[in-house]
Design a binder for this molecule. Structure first.
Ligand SMILES: C[S@@+](CC[C@H](N)C(=O)[O-])C[C@H]1O[C@@H](n2cnc3c(N)ncnc32)[C@H](O)[C@@H]1O
Length: 215
């Protein structure tokens, strides 16, 4: 997917991937990450997800990266309204960094991010990020996450369905593909698998899965 594809989605408000509340699998399996209070959790391709305030409320420091500044503005407008969080915005390298107490989001391309800029993280949470990327970008993306996260554990939420029945995003990712990308770095464990209510986009039967990736 080109950047223009996502900018257009945000500009037109076509954000059906956005859940109105924290992801149920995050809420159920967050504890599996075994994080201490104040842990820094990285959310690649974060959008304006409700997972950010939820993780913050669990005592985490949340750091995200998102291509669309519109999404980040919408995120912080909500955080300001509900929690009184007003961000400071600064330009660092190729990014604009929005930061408030317990939450920072870098506006820019995840592939341009470096460990030096991001800083150390204690965990990665990927929901609707790996599945948002076409096959041609996934090896580069997963290599980037391994470089950015080092030995930090990852909670990964994926979707699986008959790809022949619908085009992505979201794309179908099965266990074989997860193992292909991550088994050199992580031990991959399936935590939960459930049928997507009402079918994916109302069109195809699909499974949502939560995976724990441990170095
Ligand atoms: C399917 S949405 C998921 C957003 C969020 N994770 C959620 O659960 O609601 C994918 C997001 O990735 C962003 N994105 C796509 N490519 C990106 C890239 N190369 N770097 C940073 N963000 C990107 C898009 O703008 C979009 O907001």
């Amino acid at each position: 997917m080109e950047a223009a594809f996502w900018h257009q989605k945000w500009a037109q408000g076509e954000t059906a991937f956005h859940e109105g509340e924290a992801n149920a699998m995050l809420v159920k399996h967050f504890h599996a990450l075994e994080l201490a209070a104040g842990a820094r959790v990285f959310l690649p391709l974060c959008g304006k997800t409700e997972d950010i305030p939820w993780l913050r409320q669990q005592g985490c420091r949340v750091v995200g990266i998102e291509l669309s500044e519109l999404a980040v503005e919408e995120l912080f407008a909500g955080l300001e309204q509900r929690f009184g969080l007003t961000p400071t915005v600064e330009v660092i390298s190729d990014f604009r960094r929005y930061a408030a107490e317990g939450v920072e989001v870098w506006v820019g391309d995840v592939f341009q991010l470096s460990r030096e800029i991001l800083g150390p993280v204690d965990a990665i949470y990927d929901r609707a990020a790996l599945v948002a990327l076409p096959d041609s970008l996934r090896s580069r993306y997963t290599a980037q996450l391994k470089a950015l996260g080092q030995d930090a554990p990852q909670l990964l939420v994926t979707l699986e369905y008959a790809q022949s029945e619908m085009n992505g995003p979201p794309f179908s990712i099965d266990q074989k593909e997860i193992e292909h990308h991550y088994r050199d770095h992580y031990q991959v464990s399936l935590l939960q698998q459930k049928v997507v209510d009402g079918r994916l986009k109302g069109k195809v039967d699909a499974l949502e899965s939560a995976w724990l990736l441990q170095a």
